[in-house]
Structure formats: C-alpha cells, structure tokens
Design a protein around this ligand. Structure first.
Ligand SMILES: [Zn+2]
Length: 219
C-alpha cells in the first residue's frame, strides 16, 4: 500500500480530472479510497473537488466515524462506507454528476449493457437505482439490491457512482460510462439501437467473469 501522502495526492488528482472533464459543477461529487481494513480516505464536504489540497482530505472509519482531518467528511459518506462494508474487493469509489448519465438518470431510462462489447467486459451492468435523497441513508438502501454484482450505479435523479479495485479503475469507469451514455443518446436520436447478438453477449459476460476470477486468484 502506498503511503498516506501518496494516496492523498492521487485522490486530489482524481478530483482535478473529474472537474477538467466537466463531470462535476460547483462542490459536486465525492471520492474515497480504502486505506486498510477499517480506514477510508474521503473528500471533504462543501469544497470544489477541482482544487483540493491533500490537507483537506478526511479519514473516517467503516462506520463513518471521523478519525482524522480538520474538515468534515463528504455528506455522502454513508454511500461510501456502505460500499466498503459490502464489497471487500472494492478499494475506491467515485461519485459525480456527468451530463449524459445524469440525463438518463433524470429521464428514468436504464442504460442497457448489451450495446458495446468493451463495456460488457470492463463495466458489466449499470443498474438504475430507486430514487434516494442525496446524503441520506436511503442512498445505501437504494444500492443494496445491486451492490454485489455491479461496478457502476446510475443514481435516479442524481448522478453516477462507480467502484473499482483502484482509484484509477473507479475513475476510468466514470469516463467509460459517461462516454457510453453519450453513444446511446446519439444512437437513440438516430432512431435505432442494434444490440449485441445474445450468443456473443454471453461470451463477453463470461470473459468479464473470468477476468474477475483471475484477479481474485492473484490477490
Ligand atoms: Zn451527488
């Protein structure tokens, strides 16, 4: 595990990337990384994520108790701690409000997975959760039916949560899902969505499961 300062710098970098890519506005978004069995490094509440300093970051435990840092943890800490308690494989969570994914979340349109082969392999399902007011314990409840088998969650009337085995993987999944939502939106405007043939879709699903299994075996 990298040193705490390195992890803080990485988290600050991801905040910069989210802002640079236009995936957050104002003080939107929150990012966290698992430091060890109990400690989670998380962005603070109320600060723009595009210009954070390492000292702004907060350390909490898996139950959300404040352990370190002069600021208050993100108001979405319940969502983050829920993920870490329920997914031992997850090392990082990224939440943002990217334009296209959030538009699908507002329109209540589920992003089907069987459209682009690479997305089947790298992401898997992108469930649309039930509506939950941000920052409340309704958010983890809305994730509960989906948490076990998915890496990206479209939060209804809200935004996008992605998880990963590293900060970069969780962040890259943000970019991939937002890009995917753009493609799906454009194809819908053109009038037609061709789906991946069932047989190949099943092959791609197996490929993702095989890659996940290989990763677990190497841990
Ligand atoms: Zn949000």
């Amino acid at each position: 595990m990298a040193s705490l300062l390195v992890m803080k710098k990485e988290l600050v970098r991801i905040g910069n990337q989210l802002y640079a890519r236009g995936m957050i506005a104002g003080t939107d978004g929150n990012i966290s990384v698992r430091l060890d069995d109990n400690r989670i490094l998380i962005t603070p509440s109320g600060l723009p994520k595009g210009c954070l300093n390492a000292d702004d970051l907060v350390i909490i435990d898996q139950n959300g108790e404040h352990l370190q840092g002069i600021r208050q943890a993100s108001s979405e800490y319940l969502m983050h701690t829920f993920v870490y308690r329920n997914r031992p494989d997850v090392m990082a969570c990224v939440h943002s409000h990217p334009l296209y994914v959030t538009a699908f979340a507002v329109a209540g349109i589920h992003l089907a997975v069987d459209i682009l082969p690479e997305v089947v392999v790298s992401i898997g399902g992108m469930p649309l959760t039930d509506y939950a007011p941000p920052g409340t314990d309704a958010v983890p409840k809305s994730l509960a039916p989906h948490i076990e088998d998915n890496n990206a969650f479209v939060l209804r009337n809200h935004g996008l949560l992605t998880v990963g085995r590293s900060l970069d993987e969780a962040y890259n999944r943000q970019e991939v899902v937002e890009h995917y939502a753009q493609v799906v939106h454009l194809a819908r405007q053109l009038g037609h969505l061709d789906r991946i043939p069932t047989e190949d879709f099943q092959r791609l699903e197996k490929m993702r499961q095989k890659l996940d299994k290989a990763w677990h075996e190497n841990q």
